[in-house]
Design a protein around this ligand. Structure first.
Ligand SMILES: NC(=O)c1ccc[n+]([C@@H]2O[C@H](COP(=O)([O-])OP(=O)(O)OC[C@H]3O[C@@H](n4cnc5c(N)ncnc54)[C@H](O)[C@@H]3O)[C@@H](O)[C@H]2O)c1
Length: 444
């Protein structure tokens, strides 16, 4: 279905039936109440020892969340200021500057990886080598090749691995996906993932590296460049060198849900375009873009940034037009649509949500607590809801779109072989050149 599917025409007639559901339908709540809940630790001996590597905002939030289940015994960052912040939160924890030493901390069970995207895989591989279980932030990888290596290493070592795409453990997203996978909106035709725009701007001036910050190590596998504050903490995601803009940042959330609902291993085709060109010397990933995907089961997907801040709130308005769809995921089928975002779910007819699913042909993995699910699996040795394969496949959707964007043309992908058949130009971007001293060899 073309992008124009999100037009006023498409939704006319459905206006009266728009049903944004603040609380989840009763039948779904009753079902969820019966699902097992993560166990809180029974005794101090039942609390795994946890290291936080990458002490930025997300890493510290993850560590706080993990401290419900385990003890934070080690902190690692390449910036002393970040270590100081984390130390205030966890005064007993030992400080490290090099993650290779941190993963060897005596008695350590679990690593939380809150580093920027270009460091995720090397840190994860070091933790696997050291025999630790891992909660790693999304987007799981910088390249498809990293994901292939990671999945193999996790499987070989028997690591319990959770990717931090926590929308999988949000009941609204699970409800939407279960309804779609069980045919509630008829045959699924088109999915739209609407992501926030990235940052646009530059060029930026170089600056003196702040004391206590190891800028060289921070850059890791990426090309070595003079220090520019806008490249580092927080805004790294708007540069090709370390990430792929909001396409991987938010895409690792919404494209993950799209893939869950579509039920394929990945798309077979992608074409993409930047909607605004970056400023030379500024943030290098386009702030706004559009990607169209095609899947083997006939479903099409549009992933695009919201043109503006969009309408207030995240509720889908039937008058929505392309580029104005609020941040979220829209599933469109022959018999209606379901829109889901953080804190809201709505449908073309209220009954699509409120009628119980009596005969399920497909059931979702049930988790209502992403971190709790991880620690439960650390005990049971089962796979968490968003294991390495799930995280890798979901971020691959984003990487495939980013490669199409980079090349400015359609690319064809084989989800089974995980290759771009007969396309050497696209194949070249499955992996990236790693800077000397910061490649896989740094782990041996
Ligand atoms: N799940 C979510 O909803 C969510 C939300 C925000 C961020 N994230 C993810 O969390 C990650 C971190 O994001 P952030 O906003 O906290 O970034 P940030 O830049 O603020 O923090 C990253 C920290 O990692 C440190 N670091 C860099 N390289 C390191 C290395 N080799 N060893 C140890 N520390 C290193 C940096 O110095 C910095 O303190 C990103 O991958 C991001 O996508 C996830």
């Amino acid at each position: 279905m073309p992008l124009s599917s999100l037009s006023r025409r498409h939704f006319l007639g459905n206006t009266a039936s728009l049903a944004a559901v603040a609380t989840l339908p009763a039948w779904f709540q009753a079902e969820a109440a019966e699902a097992p809940k993560p166990r809180v630790p029974l005794s101090p001996n039942d609390r795994p020892a946890v290291a936080l590597i990458g002490c930025g905002g997300m890493g510290r939030a993850d560590a706080k969340n993990a401290s419900r289940f385990g003890d934070i015994v080690a902190l690692c960052d390449v910036d002393d200021a970040r270590l100081d912040e984390a130390q205030k939160q966890f005064p007993q924890a030992k400080r490290y500057r090099d993650f290779r030493e941190c993963v060897q901390h005596p008695g350590l069970h679990v690593v939380i990886n809150g580093t920027p995207d270009h460091w995720h895989t090397l840190v994860n591989l070091a933790a696997i080598q050291a025999g630790k279980d891992i909660y790693s932030e999304k987007p799981l990888t910088l390249t498809i090749d990293e994901g292939l290596r990671l999945v193999q290493a996790v499987q070989k070592a028997g690591t319990v691995f959770q990717t931090g795409s926590q929308q999988r453990s949000d009941p609204r997203f699970r409800l939407a996906v279960e309804l779609v996978r069980n045919g509630r909106i008829g045959t699924l035709r088109h999915v739209t993932t609407s992501l926030p725009s990235g940052r646009h701007g530059g060029p930026f001036a170089t600056a003196a590296v702040p004391s206590g910050f190891d800028w060289n190590f921070w850059q890791g596998q990426a090309p070595e460049l003079p220090y520019v504050p806008e490249r580092a903490h927080g805004s790294f995601r708007y540069w090709w060198d370390y990430s792929a803009g909001t396409l991987t940042d938010w895409g690792a959330h919404h494209n993950d849900i799209a893939l869950w609902g579509i039920g394929e291993l990945g798309p077979i085709e992608a074409e993409a375009q930047a909607l605004r060109d970056p400023v030379p010397g500024g943030f290098s990933f386009p702030s706004t873009y559009l990607v169209n995907y095609r899947y083997a089961n006939g479903v099409t997907q549009t992933c695009r940034t919201v043109d503006t801040e969009g309408p207030a709130g995240n509720v889908l308005d039937p008058k929505t037009s392309p580029g104005q769809m609020p941040n979220g995921v829209l599933f469109e089928g022959n018999d209606g649509w379901i829109f889901v975002s953080r804190g809201t779910i709505s449908a073309s007819q209220p009954a699509l949500l409120t009628d119980p699913l009596t005969q399920k042909t497909w059931s979702a993995y049930v988790s209502d607590d992403h971190m709790g699910n991880f620690f439960e699996c650390v005990r049971s040795r089962k796979d968490p809801i968003c294991d390495a394969e799930v995280g890798h496949r979901s971020v691959s959707v984003c990487h495939i779109g980013a490669i199409a964007l980079r090349l400015g043309r359609t690319v064809r992908w084989s989800p089974e072989r995980q290759r771009f058949p007969n396309d050497r130009e696209a194949e070249r971007w499955i992996a990236r050149e790693q800077r000397k001293g910061f490649g896989y060899g740094m782990l041996s």
